[in-house]
Design a binder for this molecule. Structure first.
Ligand SMILES: Cc1cc2nc3c(=O)[nH]c(=O)nc-3n(C[C@H](O)[C@H](O)[C@H](O)COP(=O)(O)O)c2cc1C
Length: 207
């Protein structure tokens, strides 16, 4: 059974993003897709200190949830990263987590897997936050799923989000689209449609 990891970057476990991710999880489960929700908690999340130790293959020096996810990365067929909007961008907790996760896990472990971002704001800044999060996947050969609208819900409280019918529908549609993509990938594999064979990566610095 395919499995999706949904990461909640909000310090409020059952807040607005939690509500949006629960809506997606419900749709995935109805479609026979296994889900795991990871809440990043309230404690300070270390940011990347550019020590490059992770490039030696032993994970991030800070350990924590980054290495826990990295160790299980092969179990996941897709990822959803959810963030509240803070000053027009995703919050620091989630971007610190994602910087270290995407830098420490070898690119090929993400390639060909599904990814989506979900953001929540009271009023504004959703698209800027959404675009910022999409940058991670779009340089990892991941398949970025969309919905009927940009993946955002609106609210200050979970009760507000539950009233945002279009936002919740956007979440369900996103989960439907991800399910459909997973089924297509699976069917393709059975019919000999293989992922692309990539060239060795060129790394050019403009010096
Ligand atoms: C530090 C901080 C900055 C915020 N900045 C914005 C913002 O730029 N735009 C906005 O509409 N809401 C902003 N908000 C409100 C949250 O984005 C919004 O309430 C969100 O839905 C909360 O999600 P959560 O309950 O999952 O944490 C901010 C909240 C905090 C705590």
């Amino acid at each position: 059974m395919a499995k999706i990891l949904l990461v909640n970057g909000s310090p409020n476990e059952h807040g607005c993003i939690g509500t949006a991710l629960d809506e997606m999880a419900g749709t995935f489960e109805k479609n026979g897709i296994e889900t795991e929700i990871l809440w990043l908690g309230k404690k300070a999340m270390p940011d990347c200190i550019a020590c490059f130790k992770c490039q030696q293959g032993s994970g991030c020096v800070f350990g924590d949830a980054v290495n826990a996810v990295a160790e299980k990365i092969n179990e996941y067929d897709g990822f959803v990263f959810g963030s509240p909007v803070y000053y027009g961008g995703p919050n620091g907790r989630l971007t610190s987590f994602m910087d270290r996760l995407f830098f420490s896990v070898p690119d090929e472990k993400f390639a060909g897997k599904l990814a989506a971002s979900v953001v929540s704001c009271r009023r504004g800044g959703a698209t800027a936050a959404f675009e910022r999060l999409n940058n991670y996947y779009l340089m990892e050969n991941m398949i970025v799923a969309g919905s009927q609208y940009w993946n955002q819900v609106h609210g200050f409280t979970p009760e507000d989000v539950r009233k945002d019918e279009e936002g919740l529908q956007t979440m369900r549609t996103l989960a439907q689209n991800m399910t459909w993509l997973l089924k297509n990938i699976e069917a393709g594999k059975k019919n000999g449609v293989c992922p692309p064979e990539y060239e060795p990566k060129t790394f050019t610095n403009f010096i």
